[in-house]
Design a protein around this ligand. Sequence first.
Ligand SMILES: [Fe+2]
Length: 277
Amino acid sequence: MSVTTAPLTPETGIAYTGLHGAGLVDPAVARDLRAALDAHGVVIVREADLDDAGLVALSRMLGDVVVAPIGGDATHPEISAVSLDPAKSDLAAYRRSTFFWHIDGANDAIPQKATLLTARVVAEEGGDTEFANTYAAYEALPEDEKKRIAELRVVHSFKATQILVTPNPSARELAAWERVPSREHPLVWTRGTGRKSLLVGATADHVVGLPADESRALLDHYLDWATQPRFTVRHSWRRGDLVIWDNTGMLHRALPYRPTSPRLMHRTTLVGEEAVA
Ligand SMILES: [Fe+2]
């Protein structure tokens, strides 16, 4: 099997071609993909054609795999279906929030390490996935600005995301959102390695200690900064493609597609390895 790789941009993303099915489920390949994930943030395996058992087996070689709390597949509880069709996914109603830039699990102490997403059915129109590199976005800030924001803290909430989808919620909806615990994190996430990223996105509710308007303006500013074209890559799905991304450093979003679209993704998630600090 001849395998080729090509970076998507100098800073973000790498694409593999020539890795398919059982050929992917191999410890040596997994080690290579894991290193590529750390170096590039987004790893695309074109037309990987991985079945559900293969997806779970490869995921286990890359890290500890989350058992989906709701909506897990009956045979493979680690797999969740991503679809806007309520018949295919219990979470269909919440999926519209994925059209906004976010990281998964920003309300948790230890956000999930990575996501593996494979395309079972692609949308006839729309439904690309975009990624924004928040390590590169932090790195590109002027030094004095890095100092200015070093101590800022941000509260992340479920409500902040849902209000984007449903701007005028009923009292009942609002109460349900507010029951989900929120979480305070630094704006700048410093890893054990010293590497830093900006922790922003749809879950960012407010900056601690700032008036509401200033807080909103600051969060919007850094989200706009991090999602400039120079820090982003976009993937147009073909059936069978597998994309793995570092959920801690890449914001992601789906581009809109019709709610009645047959688009169907199967997803696994790797358990977080590092608390936000
Ligand atoms: Fe997501």
